[in-house]
Write a protein of this length. Structure first.
Ligand SMILES: [Ca+2]
Length: 187
């Protein structure tokens, strides 16, 4: 069996989002993290983070991550989606990412967010607000760890798009950290 870790900057320890793309109230923070020192932080409004990557067809996918609510009660769920696309090349989105990386992470306007290609399958999972533990104190803090079976990538899969979103404004900020997409060959 062959496995690959498909997310890049999975732990946010670069202190930047690159190559994640963030929208709305989403920051990279070193106040309180689930692992290491840095984490993605969503809130107080709505927001999401998203990453595109290479994926092969007919592989089994898992999503690992940690989540916590900083210093109070979560009132928003956390929604995870993993989309599989058939487009073999990266579009404007990826070129933008490369350009941003070369420029040292300088601000560039966000590109058109729609990926090229056809959506083949969507895996979606919601962590209810009531299940997200309140965390605080010295970093790293004890977040809730998930290990989701996201099923098989369909025929013609060439790329994934992973999104974590806080869809409801208000409540404690959510931290999401140590995000790994694991692709395995099926025995
Ligand atoms: Ca981290």
């Amino acid at each position: 069996m062959v496995f690959k870790l498909r997310t890049r900057n999975a732990e946010f320890e670069t202190g930047t989002f690159i190559p994640w793309v963030a929208s709305g109230d989403a920051t990279v923070s070193d106040d309180v993290a689930c692992s290491g020192f840095w984490t993605a932080r969503l809130g107080p409004g709505t927001g999401y983070i998203q990453q595109d990557g290479v994926a092969y067809p007919n592989r089994s996918f898992e999503i690992e991550f940690r989540v916590g609510a900083v210093g109070g009660l979560a009132t928003s769920p956390l929604v995870v989606t993993l989309d599989f696309y058939d487009e073999p090349t990266f579009g404007q989105f990826f070129q933008w990412e490369q350009q941003r990386e070369r420029s040292g992470g300088a601000y560039l306007p966000l590109p058109e967010p729609q990926p090229k290609g056809r959506l083949l399958r969507r895996f979606s999972f919601t962590v209810p607000a009531a299940d997200i533990p309140t965390v605080g104190g010295a970093t790293p803090v004890g977040c809730l760890k998930f290990d989701l079976d996201a099923g098989l990538s369909p025929n013609n899969t060439r790329r994934f798009r992973l999104t974590f979103s806080k869809p409801v404004a208000g409540g404690a900020d959510l931290i999401v950290d140590a995000i790994h997409v694991i692709e395995r060959t099926v025995p």
